[in-house]
Design a protein around this ligand. Sequence first.
Ligand code: AMP
Ligand code: MN
Ligand code: MN
Ligand code: MN
Length: 278
Amino acid sequence: MLNVDLHCHSNVSDGLLAPAEVARLAKANGVNVWALTDHDELGGIPEAREAARDLGMHYVTGVEISVTWGGQTVHIVGLRIDENNEQLKQGLAATRSGRERRAREIGDQLSAVGIPGAYEGALKFVGNPDLISRTHFARFLIERGSCGSISEVFTKYLVEGKPGYVPHRWATLKEAVSWIRGAGGVAVIAHPGRYKFSETLFDELLLQFKESGGAGIEVITGSHTVDQYAEYAGVARRNGMLASRGSDFHGPGESRVELGTLPSLPRDLVPVWHDWAL
Ligand code: AMP
Ligand code: MN
Ligand code: MN
Ligand code: MN
């Protein structure tokens, strides 16, 4: 039985555990094909690969790239990439580069609504100084008792119209897909159910993604409801896209879904791993 989990995070981005610890959890949960997909970062890959090899899991190199498209942030997962590809490395470095200044502005905004010290507070949770993210601010807000959970934070703070929201320009869709393809990988639209596009705009996203060389879409993800599994299975079918499965695990007790515990892909879909030697 294949248990494929192609989306999760370590403390090299905004996860709680080191790459090797994530690997051990994946293995303990029965995962046998595994990708670590840190945000805009390849730094965890050597440790993850070595741990997966020691544990006897099939390892897939991965990354989750932040993209700005249609006025929203869209995430594109790259799988089976060559992590030594120069263009990919440079593109990700450029994508990461605005995070520090953005974080200071998030801190200033929170300070203005009576939450001082948020930048320093968030930094305490950061494993990689290059990758301070809203998740780290969320952990700080929970620690100080402003919110009870990550999902509550993302309704009251850090999102459009709420304190601590700082708009940011990430990579373009074309760039992200071309970096992934240039590094020999396959590009997958992450958690499509999270975006708030009109139907027309979502169709346009799929069109531009495919025109750029993108091929896959996450159908079974920790970010989807059961209804959305069916909805995005339909999207994959109608648009001839490869389907992916991934928990989007960030840490024990913090993520809605544990590694490797999601339902299987609907049988009639073509999995993104259909032509991998597994
Ligand atoms: P950033 O890249 O700094 O904008 O942070 C984005 C991260 O925040 C995502 O990768 C998630 O880990 C987290 N996040 C964003 N929105 C939500 C949400 N609604 N619920 C839980 N986590 C979220
Ligand atoms: Mn994240
Ligand atoms: Mn994401
Ligand atoms: Mn993710």
